[in-house]
Design a protein around this ligand. Sequence first.
Ligand SMILES: NC(=O)C1=CN([C@@H]2O[C@H](COP(=O)(O)OP(=O)(O)OC[C@H]3O[C@@H](n4cnc5c(N)ncnc54)[C@H](OP(=O)(O)O)[C@@H]3O)[C@@H](O)[C@H]2O)C=CC1
Ligand SMILES: O=C(O)[C@@H]1CCC=N1
Length: 259
Amino acid sequence: MKILLIGCGKMGGAMLRQWAHTDDYHITVADPAATDLPDGVTHVSKATDLPVGFFDVVLIAIKPQMIADVLPDYAPALKSGGCFVSIAAGCSVATIAGVVGDAAIIRVMPNMGAMVGLGVSGLFANQTCTQKHRSDITALIALTGTCVQLASEDEIDRLTAVSGSGPGYVFEIMRSYVEAAQSVGFDQPTARSLVFDTIVGAVETARQSDASLEELRNSVTSKNGTTQAGLEQLMRSGQLDALLNDTVQAAYARADALK
Ligand SMILES: NC(=O)C1=CN([C@@H]2O[C@H](COP(=O)(O)OP(=O)(O)OC[C@H]3O[C@@H](n4cnc5c(N)ncnc54)[C@H](OP(=O)(O)O)[C@@H]3O)[C@@H](O)[C@H]2O)C=CC1
Ligand SMILES: O=C(O)[C@@H]1CCC=N1
């Protein structure tokens, strides 16, 4: 399958790392700034360097605000019967169709876990897509991690607010947790290692357990013990619930505004 990747920055580059492991895809990157591309990937700096009607997939991985300006130049590179795939946050199928016309369009919302093959993606296909478009793109995305099929376009905006932006929330929580570990006297490498391994162990325990998250939390919490003392601060006045709820709602509202 011949794929044109428009934009090879943080997210496009992370996905490309996984696709470069297989010979099933012939990938061309169009990005004036791209450097250090994996072996076997073709690079062009501008749309006029591309053949017309050549690619099975044109994958849009530029910022949503640039799509209206940039996509018209690249759209002719898609072959008849091919499909557009967009990973741009918020930018709707209708907005993309407004640029490229009636076409098979799939929106995918990946996340940064793709960098290590542990990404989470949601996929929404418009009515023009065939079952083959959907299965081909699902297989492509599955190389970067898990891929959830979505029945409505609104779901992809809601998923964006949870898993698309999610690594950003988690990195910030980890940063703050590491600082707290340093505040009780650990040097930074030790603090990072304690925090990272604690999170990995907690995630894997939850994944392998049938217990609810509340039950797992309670399994750590001895009456009048250290965890109870810590959790009384973490959960004070419901602030943590409110903060995380506001976080996800704000990201969802932003995805909606980027339509
Ligand atoms: N980062 C993330 O975690 C996620 C991002 N996304 C989506 O992925 C998309 C890209 O985001 P991200 O990777 O973070 O952003 P980046 O800025 O890292 O990547 C965008 C890339 O596109 C390049 N570019 C700019 N103009 C053009 C052009 N005319 N033709 C081709 N390439 C061009 C940029 O070059 P230059 O830097 O020189 O401008 C840059 O390398 C966005 O739509 C975002 O919503 C989706 C899920 C997660
Ligand atoms: O912040 C953003 O808009 C993009 C989409 C999801 C993660 N990064």
